[in-house]
Design a protein around this ligand. Structure first.
Ligand code: FAD
Length: 259
């Protein structure tokens, strides 16, 4: 809610699942400023450290990436000076007016930003996949079972070939999307989503195969691959789930509002 007399925004609500939520120096909040526009009337605010009315709610215990803090952020009568509205009030008013008149889709700038940040999330997933691939490749070349190295069995060697191929394909998609973001090219076919989707799903598959290649040694905590498998799963969930990435790509290539 905007208070014209004091030039302040008053934010209320709770957001679940926030990385560094409640402990970050700066929070960027995307809030609904016109509920009548049902999700299309949003604005972004910068909330600096020390602002009253912002706090951490519950902290989550996660399956993986446990070194990363994830918590609820609670906004309770949180007052923000008008200057902390990203883009400024004039531009927001223009955008909301056009959306109300049906002359603008109402797509928020944050959605476009996500396309260009997705390659960096894909790159994280790629790093996990690569680590698991290299670890299990070394293991397969060292571990002897029934008189030969396990990599000498096609069943194992073919897994590693598939892992390498998927990692290289993911890397090329990540590089392409990162290059597009760095050079300001438009993501016309969901290229950012493609990079994150492919790298995230590759990381889950590759880490699982790495455990399989290592047998019992892959399943125990003295080796890192079981942790990499747990860590990899988040890449099909945050920064847009795999289903939502497919939706973005499908909409981009069809020009239709696929549901
Ligand atoms: C560790 C962690 C860190 C996070 N960090 C942040 C953060 O810093 N900032 C932030 O804003 N968010 C963050 N998130 C939130 C994350 O982006 C969401 O969890 C994710 O977008 C999914 O939303 P949801 O959990 O509400 O699932 P839901 O939206 O309830 O989805 C549940 C399932 O339904 C599917 N689904 C939903 N809608 C559709 C549809 N239209 N079509 C097809 N399938 C659909 C989903 O793909 C999913 O499989 C984080 C989450 C986690 C777990």
């Amino acid at each position: 809610m905007y208070n014209e007399a004091t030039d302040e925004w008053v934010l209320n609500g709770t957001k679940t699942w926030i990385t560094n939520g409640g402990i970050a120096n700066v929070h960027v909040v995307v809030a609904s400023v016109d509920p009548d526009l049902r999700g299309r009337g949003q604005a972004s605010f910068v909330i600096p450290e020390g602002t009253k009315g912002i706090s951490q709610g519950q902290k989550y215990k996660k399956m993986g990436i446990r070194a990363s803090h994830t918590a609820e952020v609670v906004l309770d009568e949180c007052r923000i000076p008008g200057a902390f509205l990203l883009g400024g009030k004039e531009r927001l008013d223009e955008r909301l007016a056009l959306t109300r008149e049906g002359r603008r889709s109402g797509e928020h700038a944050a959605m476009k930003t996500f396309e260009s940040t997705r390659p960096s999330v894909g790159a994280q997933a790629l790093g996990i996949a690569r680590a698991a691939y290299e670890f299990s490749l070394d293991y397969a070349k060292e571990r002897k079972q029934f008189g030969r190295y396990i990599i000498e069995n096609q069943a194992i060697a073919f897994k590693l070939a598939d892992m390498k191929m998927a990692i290289d394909a993911s890397r090329l998609l990540v590089w392409r999307a990162a290059w597009m973001a760095a050079t300001g090219k438009a993501f016309e076919h969901g290229e950012g989503s493609m990079s994150k989707l492919m790298a995230g799903e590759t990381a889950v598959r590759v880490t699982e195969e790495a455990i399989q290649i290592m047998g019992g040694y892959g399943y125990v905590r003295e080796n890192p691959v079981e942790r990499w498998h747990r860590d990899s799963k988040i890449y099909t969930i945050f920064e847009g789930t795999s289903e939502i990435q497919r939706l973005i790509i499908a909409r981009a290539i069809s020009g239709l509002r696929i549901q």
